[in-house]
Design a protein around this ligand. Structure first.
Ligand SMILES: Nc1ncnc2c1ncn2[C@@H]1O[C@H](COP(=O)(O)OP(=O)(O)OP(=O)(O)O)[C@@H](O)[C@H]1O
Ligand SMILES: [Mg+2]
Length: 291
């Protein structure tokens, strides 16, 4: 097969590992920077020009699209789909997963556990919002935040109110969420490929930190999921239509609660924590779908 990885950076761990895993199985691997592709659209003849040349004979693509280039990246994935190329992540699913509000709505409809969450459009009614999630302590998150930045724990009602007012003043859109104390500063990441959990890790925040992000000094270890956690992860990926998904969950007294489903989950943390060849699993998934 000729497999293209859509990645803006060939030196990233995930990109390199996918190239390595594909080559090991005898495939021709290329890395295409989706931000540098030109899309040619004419009657029934979709094409993609990259570095001055038309891309041909690609059998499958693995999108690794950064959140900041979702719009153009998904257009490139869609163009490949129009050229009858199999995509490890469907363009539709990619768009859906990048919209946090929409994703949580879909997961809730699928009957999956979620921390109680309120989205609000710069509401001045901060008090009512605080009541809706059961009062303080509560977690406030910037809608555009990532890697734990913009995730704040408000211990009491007063601080929750002033933080919400400050964000409103800055016209920053936020979500307000009940604080899951039992998670004890940890979360779990289940890596799902083609409807199967191929690896799972538990990330623990450093001492005194409720955020478990590795970028904030957290540590990751392999974990055996309960049946309920495994089923939740699989169902989450399925309901969002994702062939590859990183499902983040909190362990709570009422079972697993989904924080987020990532459609371009990184390989470094999970491969290191589990000692598993996840990149190889992704290549196998493509092989099953392209004859
Ligand atoms: N409602 C909550 N209750 C307890 N802990 C939480 C809650 N929400 C988040 N956390 C902790 O904070 C961490 C960061 O939160 P979250 O994953 O939502 O934001 P992020 O990592 O900045 O964004 P993203 O995962 O979308 O890139 C989580 O991994 C988890 O450890
Ligand atoms: Mg996170």
């Amino acid at each position: 097969m000729k497999i293209a990885i859509l990645s803006a950076n060939p030196n990233l761990y995930s990109t390199k590992r996918l190239v390595e895993a594909g080559e090991k199985k005898g495939h021709e691997m290329l890395v295409i920077n989706h931000t540098k592709c030109d899309l040619v659209i004419e009657k029934k003849k979709p094409g993609i020009i990259y570095k001055g040349e038309e891309i041909t004979n690609v059998d499958a693509v693995i999108p690794r699209i950064g959140a900041s280039v979702t719009f153009y990246g998904t257009a490139v994935v869609r163009q490949f789909e129009m050229m009858k190329v199999f995509s490890a992540t469907e363009s539709q699913a990619l768009v859906r997963s990048r919209d946090k509000l929409r994703s949580l709505q879909i997961l809730s409809r699928a009957g999956l556990g979620l921390p109680k969450t309120v989205f609000s459009n710069y509401s001045k009614e901060v008090s009512g919002i605080i009541d809706k999630v059961g009062g303080a302590p509560l977690v406030i998150k910037l809608l555009e935040g990532t890697q734990g930045l913009g995730v704040v724990l408000a211990d009491n009602r007063n601080s929750a109110e002033s933080i919400l007012e400050a964000f409103n003043g800055l016209q920053a859109r936020v979500i307000v969420q009940e604080f899951i104390k039992e998670a004890k500063g940890a979360d779990i990441r289940a890596f799902v490929v083609d409807g199967v959990v191929v690896g799972a890790m538990k990330r623990q925040g450093k001492e005194g930190e409720f955020r478990s992000n590795l970028h904030r000094g957290g540590t990751a270890n392999i974990i055996e999921l309960t049946d309920e956690e495994e089923n939740t992860a699989i169902k989450a990926a399925k309901s969002l239509g994702l062939g590859i998904a990183g499902v983040d969950m909190l362990q709570s007294a009422r079972g697993p609660l989904i924080l987020e489903v990532n459609s371009s989950p990184g390989l470094e943390g999970i491969e290191n924590a589990t000692g598993t060849d996840i990149a190889g699993q992704i290549i196998k998934y493509l092989e099953r779908n392209v004859e």
